[in-house]
Write a protein that binds this ligand. Structure first.
Ligand code: DX5
Ligand code: ZN
Length: 235
């Protein structure tokens, strides 16, 4: 399957008093998926946004794909509200779901694309039984809860093994990565096989948001193009 690189700006590092304007700037810079981090203070040690904020953003931004990353306990209880608020994709943590298969199908039943997330300490094989029906797998490359943390290099091996599994099993899920994606890490990340790049700090925390997004996406596409050429030459 040809990989299309997409940038998913994470609003966690945005100025929440200017959320709509900052999210739009990141999308103007080339972001196509808006990544919305939902934290409950239980599954992760931080609290962020809930369905009303997603609904308000949806009014301001009617067209972008909304990618709701639920870092919460009991996600089944809140999936209908996030779907109603305007989520397109909803991902849940493998570690938070006792009945993962049921939860992923619940997301589908609300007309959202189901995604599954694994923490840095969770091995890829925990997902063996759901890979054939998830829309995307999100590999956490930091321990979830906060923006602007250091990228955990071991996550590259997990991305590579997901990319291999996708080919060997003839599957279609997309590979997303979240945490520490920046100009100095994005080349390795894309070469490992990640296609949807979540970035908060690198986009929102300094300088011009639109320009930050544009440069990051450009670096990712350049690395992806080179990796593809190398594969063709080596065939
Ligand atoms: C962390 C969140 C991330 C976070 C990534 O728990 O899931 O989406 O915003 O932030 P950066 O890009 O700053 O590492
Ligand atoms: Zn996230």
């Amino acid at each position: 399957m040809a990989s299309v690189i997409e940038l998913a700006p994470s609003i966690l590092s945005a100025n929440f008093a200017q959320l709509g304007a900052e999210a739009k700037a990141a999308l103007d810079g080339g972001g196509t998926v808006l990544h919305l981090d939902v934290m409950d203070g239980h599954f992760v040690p931080n609290i962020t946004i809930g369905p009303p904020v997603v609904a308000s953003l949806r009014k301001t931004i009617p067209d972008a794909t909304f990618d709701c990353h639920l870092m919460i306990e009991n996600p089944d209880q809140f999936i209908p509200a996030f779907a109603e608020a305007g989520a397109n994709w909803i991902s849940v943590h493998q570690e938070a779901c006792v009945h993962l298969d049921r939860t992923l199908h619940l997301i589908e039943s609300h007309d959202c694309k189901p995604g599954v997330v694994i923490n840095p300490a969770t091995p890829v094989h925990m997902l063996d039984e759901v890979l054939d029906f998830v829309h995307h797998v999100l590999v956490m490359s930091v321990n979830p809860g906060f923006g602007a943390q250091h990228f955990i290099p071991n996550s590259l091996k997990k991305v590579e093994s997901l990319a291999r599994l996708r080919v060997s099993r003839g599957l279609e899920f997309r590979i997303e990565i979240d945490g520490g994606v920046a100009l100095d890490t994005v080349g390795d990340i894309v070469r490992a096989g990640a296609e949807i790049l979540v970035a908060g700090n690198a986009v929102f925390s300094h300088g011009d948001i639109r320009e930050n997004a544009r440069k990051l996406l450009e670096a990712a596409r350049a690395a992806s193009g080179k990796a593809r050429k190398r594969r063709i030459v080596s065939v």
